[in-house]
Design a protein around this ligand. Sequence first.
Ligand SMILES: Nc1ncnc2c1ncn2[C@@H]1O[C@H](COP(=O)(O)OP(=O)(O)OP(=O)(O)O)[C@@H](O)[C@H]1O
Ligand SMILES: [Mg+2]
Length: 297
Amino acid sequence: MKLAILSRNASLYSTRRLVEAARLRGHSVRVLDPLRCYMRIAPEGFAMRYKGRPAAGYDAVIPRIGASITRYASAVLRQFELMGCYTPNPSDAILRARDKLRAHQLLAAQGIGLPATVFGDNPDDTADLLSLLGPPPHVVKLSEGTQGAGVMLTEKLSASRAVVETLRGLYANFLVQEFVAEAGGADLRCFVVGDRVVAAMRRQAAEGEFRSNLHRGGEGSPAEASAEEQAVAVRSARALGLGVAGVDLIRSVRGPLVLEVNSTPGLEGVETACRVDVAGAIIDHVDSQYSLYKTMG
Ligand SMILES: Nc1ncnc2c1ncn2[C@@H]1O[C@H](COP(=O)(O)OP(=O)(O)OP(=O)(O)O)[C@@H](O)[C@H]1O
Ligand SMILES: [Mg+2]
């Protein structure tokens, strides 16, 4: 296969590992900075250029797209798709996953468990909106937050209301959820490749913290995902159309609840904690899916 990896930086751990795994399997691979890709869009054909030269002839493209460049990079990826390249994570799937409200709706529509979630637009509706959720504690999340920043726990209704009003004043998008206390500050990152969970990592929040993000002092350790958790993770990725995904679950009394489906999950944390060759699994998956894609035309 001739592979391209869309990534801002070839020296990032995940990008390096994918390059290494591809070369080890005899594929040709090149890292393309999506922000240096530019394109011509015309009914008679799609062309891609990269630093003054054509970027063509790739069999498959693996996107590693950071949240801040979602819009442009997904257009670049779509152009590759229109040029006939296979990708495990199509541009539309990435856009579905990046939009939290949309992702929650699509997951719930498949019957996948989520913490009860509300969102609304008008401040006049805040009281009724919160009443849809049941009593506090609540978790208020900024739509644009990552790594635990912008995730707040409110213990009282007056606090929920105050936080919501503050966020509205800042024109921030957010959603409010029930707080799943029995998760005990832990979540489970299930790394999905194709139709299986290739590695699972438990992240435990630091003492006195409910957010398990590694950036907030959480600690990762290898974990065994139950058959039910694996099935939920695989169904979540599929519901959004992702072949590669990091699905974050919390363990609740009513079973696994999905917090997030990440379309560009990092490899360093899981590979280090679980000692699994996740990069190799991704390349093998792309290889087998590309063969299918080619024979189906
Ligand atoms: N409803 C909830 N109940 C209990 N704990 C929660 C809930 N939502 C989030 N948490 C905890 O807070 C952490 C951060 O929340 P979340 O993953 O939703 O936001 P993020 O990591 O900032 O953003 P993202 O994962 O979408 O990039 C979770 O990993 C989990 O430990
Ligand atoms: Mg998270």
